[in-house]
Ligand binder design. Structure first.
Ligand code: MSP
Length: 673
């Protein structure tokens, strides 16, 4: 049994039939953040990732390139490792399914299951989908097509080896029911239980070499290779020494704490993998967490086969490593789907990183270095305003910890940024430049120390998410990663409701340096080039249905703040084109295909209600909206959002996620100007 101080997290192993895109990066960044968070608690962490190199898909790609499949895999794996290194993903082991130790483990497992009668040979006829490399029963087909990918299927008669998966059905249902955290989120658990309500068939785990020879040979029948999923899933145990259950690696790390996966591979993990482990008598992992998809603007899953992928290198080239890591985890809830647009990225980059965090750090450091000679001042004269920020930070830490443990990265990050936002407002209200001018040194010390402590607080918590920039911020404050460990341990020890201790920085050496996140007035050239080169192929420019504030809304003037950006100006005639109307929400319901969207029926004073689809589901429960009188853009061209027509747009306050709707006390249909 793994020791309580150790922690094991895995990602899926990725097919080497293409290069990494942001969907793959998403899972791997999430795993890296959790791994780093546990390392900050001085736990022994093992973070496993790698590549899935056998099977039909990889073979076909290799053939297309005129290469031997292993040579193809050797060539492709370089791109995956390079992307993960570039993204600063600190995995402990990168496993390739062509590694000799993995192959040996798979063969031993097969031999053992065969010897125990858990694998048998059988001839059958079935519908086969080449793309998904699996057979479907007649009943499972969707209008005669593959229910997974919608492609045509072929009728094939074949002899194969089967794993007696069906016999484990009841035990698996019992395990899922007894361990509510085993499959998360809850909706995915219910999906699996729904799947298990039907009979569970046995699993075909071989492929005849005559049809597909690129795989691990079945040790007891040389005419067959192992089905790619049976081979790949075993990476999670072969990566920690299995079948040598006496090894330190195995004893320290199994069972895994988390298998992070995308929702597309839920059944293979929750059902195939769980039953394989049961057959081997190996304890099941503690949690299989299936997240949602990054989609393109029209809601389609980003995938190599549809060609609508966003290259993670473009994001890094345009916005930087840390901003890419931050954006992917902040912009959508882990578990839900979300549409990727570069405009959305730009907006969030400017709002959160440049205007909030970057601005706080730059203002705090430039004033402190100027007035205190590059050394953080002592506490000075503390008032209720400083205590309020400490209390807020204490609460934010507890929210952060809870949400990180729930893998709700967006909420954890929101909590940290609520303190950053409060500190920016605090600077504006405390006006340290006036305290300096009036010689109120003790108050000035208290204000600047509080700002610097908030920077250190944000730097510490953001370190797992943005190791580069948060590390830079901490270095500007004279702090190291080992200081952060001590600080996190102290925060962890706080009793509920206690304020954050802001006592670490007195006397620290401060360095101003360059702004952490310079504001971007427009899409970075590397991204803009994409649209110029292939406008049709590039991801859509915008999808936001919530009206957004200008990304670089100027902050209140202060003597040392950076010059405020001037928003792009429009003429009155431009503005007059926008027809705003008062509307009353008659009903609201969840969008059938998108977790972030709500479908509203509104009375805008017209003969019939109009339907508006709005990206506000993160903030509002549908029932809370009924009866509210809001403002809509009435002359926006109708558009289909994830398949549902939207006639207009509502106005909301907030960044990329709405914080409130603009409301008026007026009658539906009234003009707003
Ligand atoms: N090789 C299998 C996994 C075997 S694990 C034992 C496989 N590989 S894959 O290359 O297709 O990658 C699948 C994983 O990549 C998904 O489960 C998910 O974690 C991630 N993503 C791929 N596209 C994605 C999105 N568009 N959005 C979010 N994540 C997605 O399946």
């Amino acid at each position: 049994m793994a020791d309580a101080r150790s922690f094991y997290i895995t990602t899926p192993i990725y097919y080497v039939n293409g290069k990494p895109h942001i969907g793959h990066a998403y899972t791997t960044i999430a795993a890296d953040v959790i791994a780093r968070w546990h390392r900050l608690h001085a736990r022994e962490v093992r973070f496993l990732t790698g590549t899935d190199e056998h099977g039909q898909k990889v073979l076909e790609k290799a053939r297309e390139r005129g290469l031997d499949p292993k040579a193809h895999a050797d060539d492709m794996v370089v791109h995956w490792k390079a992307a993960w290194d570039r993204l600063d993903l600190r995995y402990d082991h990168f496993l390739r399914t062509t590694d000799a130790s993995h192959i040996a483990a798979v063969k031993q497992v097969l031999q053992r299951l065969h010897d125990e009668g858990q694998i048998y040979r059988h001839t059958y006829t079935g519908w086969y989908c080449k793309a998904d490399e699996r057979f479907w029963t007649e009943k499972e087909l969707d209008a005669g097509k593959c229910p997974e990918c919608g492609r045509a299927v072929e009728r094939i008669e074949e002899t194969n080896w089967f794993f007696r998966m069906g016999r484990w059905r009841d035990a698996l249902v019992a395990h899922i029911e007894a361990n509510p955290g085993y499959i998360r989120p809850e909706s995915r658990k219910n999906e699996v239980l729904g799947f298990l309500r039907k009979d569970l068939e046995d699993l075909c785990i071989s492929r005849p070499k005559t049809r597909m020879a690129w795989g691990i040979e079945i040790p007891f029948d040389h005419d067959f290779v192992t089905y790619v999923w049976f081979d790949a899933l075993l990476n999670y145990v072969s990566g920690v020494g299995y079948p040598d259950t006496g090894s330190d690696l195995w004893k320290s790390y199994w069972p895994a704490d988390y298998h992070l996966i995308g929702k597309d591979i839920l059944t293979t993990h929750a059902v195939y993998w769980s039953t394989m482990l049961m057959a081997l008598g190996v304890p099941l992992p503690k949690c299989i967490y299936a997240h949602g998809w990054w989609t393109s603007n029209d809601g389609a899953k980003m995938s190599k086969s549809t060609g609508n992928v966003v290259d993670v290198n473009t994001c890094i080239d345009g916005f930087g490593i840390d901003a890419t890591r931050y954006f992917l985890l902040r912009d959508i809830a882990f578990g839900a789907d979300g549409g990727f647009t570069f405009d959305g990225f730009l907006l969030r980059y400017n709002a959160d990183l440049a205007n909030d965090l970057g601005n706080l750090a730059h203002r705090s450091l430039s004033m402190s270095t100027r007035w205190f000679g590059g050394v953080a001042p002592d506490d000075g004269e503390l008032t209720a305003a400083e205590h309020a920020i400490r209390a807020l930070a204490g609460d934010a830490f507890r929210t952060w910890r809870r949400e990180i443990e729930n893998l709700q990265f967006h909420k954890a990050l929101e909590a940290v940024f609520s303190v950053v936002g409060a500190a920016n407002k605090y600077i504006d209200t405390q006006a340290p430049w006036a305290l300096q001018r009036d010689g109120k040194t003790e108050r000035l010390k208290a204000v600047m120390r509080t700002c610097l402590e908030v920077c250190a607080f944000a730097g510490a918590l953001l370190l797992p998410v943005m190791p580069g920039k948060a590390g830079e911020l901490l270095a500007k404050l004279g702090r190291t990663e080992s200081d952060v460990r001590g600080w996190v341990a102290r925060l962890e020890a706080l009793p509920d409701g206690a304020p954050a201790p802001f006592d670490g920085l007195a006397g620290a050496t401060l360095t101003l340096g360059d702004p952490l996140f310079p504001r971007l007035q427009e899409l970075p050239p590397q991204v803009a080039a994409l649209f110029a080169a292939a406008p049709a192929a590039a991801p859509a420019r915008t999808e936001k249905v919530v009206a957004q504030p200008a990304p670089s809304a100027p902050k209140k003037e202060s003597p040392v703040s950076e010059p405020a950006a001037v928003p792009e100006q429009i003429t009155y005639d431009d503005f007059a084109k926008v027809k705003l109307r008062v509307a009353k929400i008659l009903s609201a319901e969840k969008h059938p295909n998108a977790d972030k969207l709500l479908v509203l029926q509104v009375d805008a004073g017209e003969p019939t209600p109009r339907q508006i689809v709005a990206g506000i589901a993160n903030k509002f429960a549908p029932e809370a909206l009924v009866g509210r009188t809001i403002i809509i853009v009435a002359n926006l061209k109708p558009a289909k959002l994830r398949g549902v027509e939207s006639n207009g747009m509502l106005l909301a306050a907030g960044g990329p996620e709405a914080t409130d709707l603009l409301s008026v006390n007026a009658l539906p249909g009234e003009i707003v100007k």
